[in-house]
Design a protein around this ligand. Structure first.
Ligand code: NAD
Length: 340
């Protein structure tokens, strides 16, 4: 094995062990920034030397949080990770490329990226039948009884429709601080405590932890909607809890504001030239929020556009995460430190 192959093998092994600690044990061994640094290094090597890419590379699939103690259920929708960017320039260039691929103007919805546990709520004829963790993206764990303890999740919808709703279960910062102070082995952050809680065997214990949810995607069996704003609007009307910190961006700001009004959603409507300041404002606002976010998520609004773009094995091509913390920025800081 040459040096390059050795580095790729060791990155794959290292990331796999960090994934297990983070997703399954809820006790991360390294910071998210360090994990992202190694992940990005592997992506860079695989892009430069595609013939050296390993079949089991973590860049090719989502990090699995499957727990063998719980029942496994197959997902009927793709439940993947997100591609990521670290600057507004990268976000704008992704929007431009997306527009070129679709061949028409795009509208982009920006949501907060909640740092919690991904969950899929499956409703049949208006009733909550199953709540399933992300798992490996194709199969997840059935945690229905535990999820039913979260009061803000509707057990029955006002309509007898069958749909899958994606959301993020999280623990508010204040609650985390109180609960964690009583733990023998404290958790590193609210995400880890929430993840450990949702996979507990006893629902009565889960009920003692005031978990919360924000939902952000809905998938119907039949075509009912044409865009994401309509979907969010419908989910709100069915009683789901939506994050009010929403942005919608289009070529023209008035067009964006009108689209939000048409969907009866509150949020910031702007043109793409407002995107950089929106990201900057949000970066500052982050600390004052009552819950953890680790970035923003940009999503193509039109569902036909999404269909055209499709998915890789790891992420949808119609969405892009903007991460607040950049491993490159850290590297630069370290380099400067060394020079000083
Ligand atoms: P991701 O960063 O790729 O983001 C995808 C997830 O974001 C989705 O599955 C969804 O659950 C969530 N999300 C929150 N709000 C959303 C919204 N509004 N719309 C859509 N999705 C939303 O997450 P991932 O694939 O779970 O993991 C990758 C990240 O996790 C890494 O970049 C790293 O920061 C962290 N991680 C850390 C370690 C560690 O050891 N510290 C290990 C593994 C992963």
């Amino acid at each position: 094995m040459n040096e390059l192959e050795h580095e790729i093998h060791s990155l794959v092994e290292q990331l796999a062990s960090y994934q297990k600690a983070y997703y399954v044990d809820n006790r991360p061994l390294v910071s998210d920034l360090e994990y992202d640094r190694l992940f990005d290094r592997l992506v860079a090597l695989e892009t430069q030397y595609p013939h050296l890419k390993l079949a089991d590379s973590p860049t090719q699939r989502v990090g699995s949080d499957l727990d063998s103690a719980l029942v496994e259920v197959a997902h009927t929708i793709p439940v993947l990770s997100l591609d990521k960017a670290y600057s507004d320039g990268e976000m704008l260039s992704w929007i431009e490329k997306t527009e070129l691929k679709i061949g028409e103007e795009v509208g982009i919805v920006i949501e907060e990226k909640i740092d919690g546990i991904s969950i899929v709520l499956y409703y049949e004829d208006g009733l909550l039948k199953r709540a399933v963790t992300r798992g490996n993206g194709m199969v997840g764990n059935d945690v229905t009884a535990n999820v039913k303890t979260i009061a803000s999740i509707p057990l029955r919808l006002p309509v007898k429709e069958s749909l899958a709703v994606r959301g993020e279960i999280y623990l508010p910062k204040e609650t985390f601080a109180k609960l964690n102070a009583q733990m023998e082995v404290p958790f590193a952050n609210p995400r880890n405590l929430a993840a450990g809680t949702i996979r507990r065997i006893k629902s009565s214990e889960v009920a003692k932890v005031p978990l919360q949810i924000f939902v952000y995607e809905g998938f119907w069996k039949e075509v009912v909607h044409t865009d994401h704003l309509q979907i969010l609007s419908t989910l709100a009307s069915y009683g789901f809890r939506l994050n009010p910190n929403l942005g919608y961006f289009a070529k023209d700001a008035s067009q964006a504001r009108q689209a939000l009004m048409d969907a009866q959603l509150s949020g910031f409507g702007g043109s793409f030239s407002d995107l950089a300041s929106y990201i900057q404002d949000h970066t500052q606002k982050r600390a004052s929020l009552g819950y953890e976010i680790d970035g923003l998520v940009a999503k193509v609004n039109s569902l036909s556009g999404r269909e055209m773009l499709g998915y890789t094995g790891h992420h949808p091509r119609w969405a892009m995460a903007y991460k607040f913390e950049s491993p490159q920025a850290q590297t630069v800081v370290q380099a400067i430190d060394v020079q000083v």
